[in-house]
Design a protein around this ligand. Sequence first.
Ligand SMILES: NC(=O)c1ccc[n+]([C@@H]2O[C@H](COP(=O)([O-])OP(=O)(O)OC[C@H]3O[C@@H](n4cnc5c(N)ncnc54)[C@H](O)[C@@H]3O)[C@@H](O)[C@H]2O)c1
Length: 379
Amino acid sequence: MTASLTVGLIGAGYMGRAHAIAFHGVGVTFGPQYAVRCLSLADHSADSAKASARALGFEGAAASWQDVVRNPAVELVDICAPNYLHREMALAALAQGKHVYCEKPLATTLVEAREVAHAAQRSGARCFIGFNYICNPLLQFAREMIAAGELGQIVSVRGRYFEDYLSDARSPFTWRCERRLAGAGALADLGSHLINLIHFLLGPIARVSAVLKTTHSERVDPSSGLARTVENEDTAHVLIELESGVRGSLEISRIASGYKCGLAAEIVGTAGSIQFDQERMNELRFYSAGSVSGRRGFTTILAGPEHPDYAAFCPAPGHGLGVNDLKVIEVRNIVRAVRENGVAWPDFAEGVRVQEVMEAIEVSAHSGTWVEVDGGPLS
Ligand SMILES: NC(=O)c1ccc[n+]([C@@H]2O[C@H](COP(=O)([O-])OP(=O)(O)OC[C@H]3O[C@@H](n4cnc5c(N)ncnc54)[C@H](O)[C@@H]3O)[C@@H](O)[C@H]2O)c1
């Protein structure tokens, strides 16, 4: 049997922990051929790395992220550090011949994202971006339904990603509010997932018309106690047209009171419609125009072992998966691509495509016009 894939993790915060849970679980869930060996971990300091390596079940702690990247025993470098570090870490890992698994967004600007994707293309390494929501068995199933024509001709799409983590004007300034460290605001943090979801279900977004707004324009910086200008948007409202000609809209907000993980999509077709909301991630609502008269209406499909990847977790329908299970599926896809078939998606080219849509949205908001998504070369 192939030996376990060896991983070096950089960044042991919220996502680092989620990745570690997935690394430990993937072999049990999908079989030992997908097992991962957690070799080395780096965090912002050597002391923090030591504590986190123990807590997250890594064999060793590295003094710095550069030590993880240079470690000859590490095959896959996993980047869970803040956005502004992704570019430098990914380029260094690729230069050492590593495969790379990077959290979203790929970089803080389109230019940097293209630079990283270009390096990945030249290296021949397998590279992945952590758009985990599309791993949901019900979203994989929805994609199959759409591809099989169950909704007929697609007429429109409505997507939203609402969270409320900055809805309180008194919430402090964080790195997510600073352009150099985060890139865009709600658009990069939440919108990137939504754009990828639309790409996954319906194909590429071709043009956009958008408005952006920063509602809470100042927040108190806890390090100084002084008010600081928030440098990126709280909300985005976007009209979209896909390459297929389908039209629709996206709404993105990090100040949407009451919404905790409101990633949702409604897709309307001539023969039926579907609705999905991540806050009810084990349910897919489906309407078939072919239903019997008097019994027409949306029905709720509960996730179960008939849907892709569900049975690996649980033989019983309706019992449900959780968000960390999506990371287990994501990691299985990565190990499979590296060890077996090489098919990796969402890869860094998709990371760039998402960033191109984000850039087009910002340009449109500035110019007040429709803007084409620039699918230019990677260099
Ligand atoms: N896929 C998802 O659903 C999802 C969810 C949340 C965050 N993210 C992404 O994950 C990334 C991390 O976000 P988070 O919420 O885990 O942040 P976090 O602040 O919880 O964790 C970041 C970690 O990086 C470490 N770090 C900072 N500088 C470092 C350095 N120079 N070297 C090594 N480690 C360093 C910090 O010590 C911290 O442990 C971001 O890019 C974010 O967009 C993705």
